[in-house]
Design a protein. Structure first.
Length: 202
């Protein structure tokens, strides 16, 4: 049974929700430069590009969840090399470590927007990472799950999602601005709902 869970980039929006939901049933380790606000978890303060620290953290845990990513599409377009480094290169380093061990489970948080018609660096980075995981871990018969998440909302959010922006504007009696023709649709997932069901993947 999996008991030791490593969240890489667990101090972010989704990561904090997972720490809160899982901490009472599992041994949670957060691997991040930024300290997590959630209590009763182990912290490893490190850059995820530090191979030695990353290797040792993966070695000691059963489930490895990759939360860290460049997730803002607009910023990704402006910082292409950083997006490729964080969303593709670091994934490849994690995969290199995973194949050295048995009985590990890797959970990759991807995006539903890889199915869209948009052409951007963020989408490309997620598609490439998914392909690396499927081909590489599949070749070595390793256990993995890829989750294509919609736009997340709820507790611990960064305030940059459309719901948060609309809420701020409404509170300030400002107009709600929608880019495009207004007919587009977007899927949302409440962070607390996602986090509470996450343990079913173990």
């Amino acid at each position: 049974m999996f008991k030791n869970i490593l969240l890489i980039g667990g101090s972010g929006f989704v990561g904090q929700g997972l720490c809160e939901a899982l901490k009472n049933k599992y041994n949670i380790t957060n691997f991040d430069l930024k300290k997590n606000k959630i209590k009763k978890i182990k912290e490893i303060k490190s850059n995820i590009s530090n191979y030695k620290n990353l290797y040792n953290a993966i070695k000691k845990n059963d489930v490895i969840v990759l939360c860290a990513a460049m997730s803002n599409i607009n910023i990704s377009e402006k910082k292409i090399s950083k997006t490729i480094f964080k969303n593709i290169y670091l994934v490849s380093k994690i995969l290199e470590i995973l194949i050295k061990f048995k009985n590990k489970k890797f959970i990759f948080l991807s995006s539903i927007y890889v199915n869209g018609n948009n052409r951007d660096v963020y989408k490309l980075s997620k598609i490439t990472s998914e392909k690396l995981i499927v081909d590489f871990l599949g070749k070595y018969k390793k256990n993995y799950v890829i989750l294509r998440l919609p736009t997340m909302c709820g507790l611990y959010n960064r305030g940059t999602d459309v719901i948060s922006i609309f809420k701020k504007n409404l509170n300030k009696n400002k107009n709600l601005i929608i880019n495009g023709d207004g007919n587009q649709m977007r899927n949302f997932l409440f962070n607390e709902d996602f986090s509470k069901q996450f343990h079913k993947l173990f």
